[in-house]
Write a protein of this length. Structure first.
Lengths: 112, 115
């Protein structure tokens, strides 16, 4: 089955700096890669996603890149703000095939 | 609120008791998923439904766990003879399940504590 590895497990940055979180996946048939943000005690919230027919997608301060050949994808947050502090999860799935496999999360702390 | 809802939000039970959780998906969503999340980990897939059909079950789902979605709307997850290792957050998610876009939207979760 699919295996998703996520790094780093913790990340601390100064406000205004950029943050990068990386994930690798094992199943070359996976073609849908969402990223979720989970604040303490709250539900995971989708922040951005990418499909395998696209190499990069951007939404304001957040971008995701995908390298299908290397089977890895990354989340980039620019101009970080304290409210970006949360746990971020990557996931991989096959569109229309059910379950997502999640990474173990990255705890991002943005220091003011 | 038109998002995914779950009930109860918290459940404390004694080992050996049975518990049942409910999930109400977003109304037009055909797919419903159950995940389990423990501290410091990402959500782990348990099972999912397409309408009322249960299409996949994880090997994590022992015979003490059963899930139903009888009319293709809400779903229940039952755990029989609970064990302390069942303590976790149980998350439900739903998705439209068509057109190749299967974005999953999560509910707030039910936190289970087994004493």
């Amino acid at each position: 089955g699919e295996n998703v590895e996520q790094h780093p497990s913790t990340l601390s940055v100064q406000e205004g700096d950029s943050a990068v979180i990386k994930c690798t996946y094992s199943d070359s048939a996976s073609n849908y890669f969402p990223w979720y943000k989970q604040e303490l005690g709250k539900r995971p919230q989708l922040i951005i996603d990418i499909r395998s027919n696209v190499g990069e997608k951007k939404d304001q301060r957040i971008a995701v890149t995908l390298n299908k050949t290397a089977k890895h994808f990354s989340l980039h947050i620019t101009e970080t703000q304290p409210e970006d502090s949360a746990v971020y999860f990557c996931a991989a799935s096959k569109a229309n095939a059910g379950k997502s496999t999640f990474g173990d999360g990255t705890t991002l702390t943005v220091k003011p | 609120d038109t998002g995914v809802s779950q009930d109860p939000r918290h459940k404390i039970t004694k080992r050996g008791q049975n518990v049942t959780f409910r999930c109400d998906p977003i109304s037009e969503h055909n797919r419903l998923y159950w995940y389990r999340q423990t501290l410091g980990q990402g959500p782990e897939f348990l099972t999912y439904f397409q309408n009322e059909a249960q299409l996949e079950k994880s090997r994590l789902l022992s015979d003490r766990f059963s899930a139903e979605r009888p009319k293709g709307s809400f779903s229940t997850l039952e755990i029989q003879r609970t064990e302390q290792g069942d303590s976790a957050m149980y998350l439900c998610a739903s998705s439209l399940g068509s057109g190749g876009l299967d974005t999953q939207y999560f509910g707030p979760g039910t936190r289970l504590t087994v004493l």
